[in-house]
Design a protein around this ligand. Structure first.
Ligand code: FAD
Length: 472
């Protein structure tokens, strides 16, 4: 018998439940990838994601070809394409791993129903989470809205799963169309603004395992404190690999857990909790799909957000806001497709609070430029930082980018790396150069004045919050 395995954001062979189900049941496997961004709603990938996906698909295609079962790539629509593959290969079953973006969940439900009506065996699996979003609920049977009680309830349900290794050869099916090459999807950026990304990243399953090894060998030991230091490589950098499903979260968790020792306990626990935030983000996305665009906290619906002018927005895109830590983050993002978590928080706070721009502006920019852009995590991150979220930093808690820089980048190394105009002046002047006119050199004088005064921006944000609270 023949089974179609529909690859989506699970671009790996090991620990892939859908593939394992097909192989273990003795099916000949037809691996398929369907490009149908128009069916993904707010989950349709941004440009940096597409650049990563191209490379990851190439890796997956190579691994499958070596096992005698080439990946067949098609342009959508999904249902019609999958039906055509089924008809031409004589497949009697279709397996895939679930996704949780609202439009994709709805599309998948339609596809499942239609294929079952065609007489196919269709099964979907949990390939990307420790626990399914619907399997964790409060005593009242409602979804959690706050992380800590969610975590208390979800954490004990995390189970180790037996590793599943893909055989060297897979039973193949030679019937049906072979599809198009990855390059024909046209996802590679043009012009090639992504060139600078690939010094820092190795997309694909092998790259994901390599990143995990590097984390276990060195970074994990200082994780609990180091994770707030943007100048160091002190986090796992697994986020794009997790987003594209190049490695299973339970494999990462098991490996980190196995490395546990008394000295490492704190680091292991902190890391597990971060994976927990990822789970919580998916829980919220599944139960509250409208929060992709709507405020979780309805009290912010009447908040007097400002709209950035095109000139202001250009300065964000170019990392020339004149606020050093913010610009360092924005430039790191532009050059590498990733930004350190601490800096994401500072950038988010500055745009939504000092500048009072609706969180959707920043969220859209991140969506297009992050290689780890993930609808669940990005939505949670922005709503958290804007104070509009379920379990959020309150709006009145406003990060001061200069103080944050002094605290988490005390030697100004991160700022100097990404904002070289400021590299020649003393560290303390790099945090807020406008406060140290006497310490500036010729090059640092070319750095722009801040887009907003930190003191005035803060006051205006608090005043807007007070006005909006009076109206509620
Ligand atoms: P590590 O610290 O090594 O953490 C391990 C894994 O845990 C990460 O790979 C990630 O999957 C998960 N994780 C860590 N922190 C968080 C968090 N706060 N929320 C949810 N999951 C988390 N993360 C994304 O994956 N995609 C996004 O689009 C995204 N957008 C964000 C936007 C804002 C405004 C903020 C404040 C955070 C955002 N994050 C996003 C969360 C976080 O910044 C990244 O997951 C993290 O920086 C990735 O680096 P790492 O893999 O080295 O993380």
């Amino acid at each position: 018998p023949v089974a179609v395995v529909w690859f989506r954001n699970d671009l790996r062979l090991a620990d892939n439940p859908a593939l394992a189900a097909a192989v273990d049941a003795g099916y000949a496997v037809v691996p398929v990838y369907v490009h149908a961004p128009e069916e993904e709603g707010a989950g349709a990938p941004g440009a940096a994601s597409d650049a990563w996906r191209t490379r990851s698909l190439q890796q997956l295609a190579g691994s499958l070809a070596r096992r005698g079962t080439p990946l067949r790539i098609f342009k959508g629509p999904a249902l019609a394409t999958l039906r055509a593959v089924v008809a031409s290969t004589g497949a009697s079953a279709m397996f895939w791993n679930r996704r949780y973006e609202p439009a994709v969940e709805a599309r998948d439900a339609r596809v499942k129903l239609a294929l079952r009506e065609d007489g196919l065996t269709v099964r979907s699996f949990n390939g990307s989470l420790m626990v399914e979003p619907w399997s964790v609920e409060t005593g009242q049977g409602t979804p959690y809205r706050v992380f800590t009680p969610y975590w208390r309830s979800a954490r004990p349900r995390w189970r180790e799963r037996e590793p599943w290794h893909v055989p060297d050869r897979l039973l193949a099916c030679d019937e049906g169309p072979s599809g198009i090459p990855v390059a024909a999807l046209g996802l590679q950026p043009s012009p090639r603004w992504d060139r600078t990304f690939w010094d820092a990243w190795n997309p694909g399953e092998a790259g994901a395992h390599e990143a995990l090894e590097i984390f276990l060998e060195g970074t994990l030991d200082g994780y609990a404190d180091g994770r707030d230091r943007p100048a160091q490589t002190s986090t796992s950098r697994l986020s794009p690999h997790l987003h594209f499903g190049e490695i299973a979260p339970w494999r990462i968790h098991a490996a980190v857990h196995a490395a546990r020792s008394t000295a490492r306990e704190r680091h292991v626990d902190t890391f597990a909790k971060e994976l927990g935030w990822r789970e919580f983000a998916h829980h919220l996305l599944h139960h509250f799909p409208e929060t992709v665009s709507a405020n979780f906290n309805k009290r912010f619906d009447g908040f007097p957000w400002q709209t950035p002018s095109s000139e202001q927005w250009r300065r964000v895109e170019e990392g020339r806001t004149g606020i050093p830590l913010v610009d360092a983050g924005l430039r790191e993002l532009w050059h590498t497709g990733w930004m350190h978590n601490r800096v994401r928080m500072v950038v988010g706070s500055c745009l939504t609070k000092h500048l009072r721009w609706h969180w959707q502006h920043g969220a859209r920019w991140f969506w297009d430029t992050l290689v780890d852009a993930d609808l669940a995590n990005n939505t949670l991150g922005w709503q958290w930082v804007a104070g509009t979220g379920a379990d959020a930093a309150p709006y009145f808690r406003i990060f001061n980018p200069a103080t944050q820089a002094a605290r988490f980048d005390p030697d100004g190394i991160y700022i100097a790396r990404w904002v070289p105009e400021l590299a020649g002046i003393p560290a303390k002047a790099r945090f807020a150069p406008w406060q140290h006119p006497d310490l500036l050199d010729e090059r640092s004088r070319t750095y722009p004045a801040p887009l907003v005064s930190l003191a005035e921006g803060r006051e205006a944000a608090l005043a807007a919050l007070a006005a909006s609270a009076r109206r509620n």
